[in-house]
Write a protein that binds this ligand. Structure first.
Ligand SMILES: O=C(O)c1ccccc1NCC(=O)[C@H](O)[C@H](O)COP(=O)(O)O
Length: 235
């Protein structure tokens, strides 16, 4: 899931330019990574180094193994709540993802530093309920993940938010917007129709148990998200 409108390594045609990209997140098992890739996901995410209790957190070693399975045509994303520049750089060095998704807030100095030091895309999570998006996020991030986060800024809540508000917010942002929070195979087409995101991101809504993906749900989610056109649904 590059952020210039193409899938990594491929030129976008008219069809791929108008469809939302799909990120499958919170992967903890090799079979689930393979299932997401086989289903046609544009990006896959693993959660590592977060200060909250979550069954989706994996060690850096496991994160590296999972990301090692991801072909170059799919964007691998390391999701973390660490923002200390040295620590993120070390983690990125061990795991070697295409992109890093930061949750929990990140200052302008840290974000600028990460931007200049890391050879990875930077996605920053934004609280869907916050009044405004910090301007440095829009200036320095490669994409903004508008998510239903908890009080610590963590994602993976399984909660939806007001997609209409997200759509209005996205219109004022220069960065591509990734819609996350409570998406499921049943609601993703409607979410795309309302919010017109660049990409959709799902974890909880395709699980049989926390951290375990339902492969049928993964396939259905990707199919329905891909079938939903951002351009043709725009009013
Ligand atoms: O999944 C977690 O437990 C998690 C913990 C801390 C930071 C981020 C986390 N997950 C991020 C994601 O899985 C996605 O970006 C998104 O939040 C998925 O939301 P949902 O579909 O509601 O689970």
């Amino acid at each position: 899931m590059t952020v210039d409108g193409s899938t990594a390594g491929a030129r976008p045609d008219a069809e791929t330019a108008s469809r939302p990209r799909v990120k499958i997140c919170g992967l903890t098992r090799p079979a689930d990574v393979d299932a997401a890739i086989d289903a046609g996901a544009d990006a896959v995410g693993v959660v590592c180094d977060v200060p909250i209790e979550t069954p989706r957190e994996v060690t850096a070693e496991r994160a590296a193994d999972l990301i090692d399975r991801v072909p170059s045509s799919v964007t691998s994303v390391l999701v973390t709540m660490v923002t200390d520049v040295e620590r993120v750089s070390r983690l990125a060095g061990r795991v070697d993802p295409d992109a890093i998704q930061l949750h929990g807030g990140v200052g302008v100095g840290e974000l600028a530093s990460l931007r200049s030091r890391l050879d990875a895309l930077l996605f920053v999570a934004v609280d869907a309920g916050a009044d405004e998006v910090p301007s440095h996020y829009d200036e320095l991030a490669d994409a903004l993940v508008i998510d239903s986060v908890d009080e610590s800024g963590a994602g993976g809540t399984g909660e939806t938010h007001d997609w209409r508000t997200t759509e209005e917010r996205a219109a004022s942002l220069a960065s591509p917007v990734v819609l996350a929070g409570g998406l499921t195979p049943s609601n993703v087409a409607r979410a795309v129709a309302v919010a017109h995101p660049f990409a959709v991101d799902v974890s909880t809504g395709i699980e049989t148990a926390a951290g375990v993906k339902d492969h049928d749900a993964v396939r259905t989610f990707v199919e329905r998200a891909r079938a939903a056109s951002v351009e043709t649904e725009r009013p």
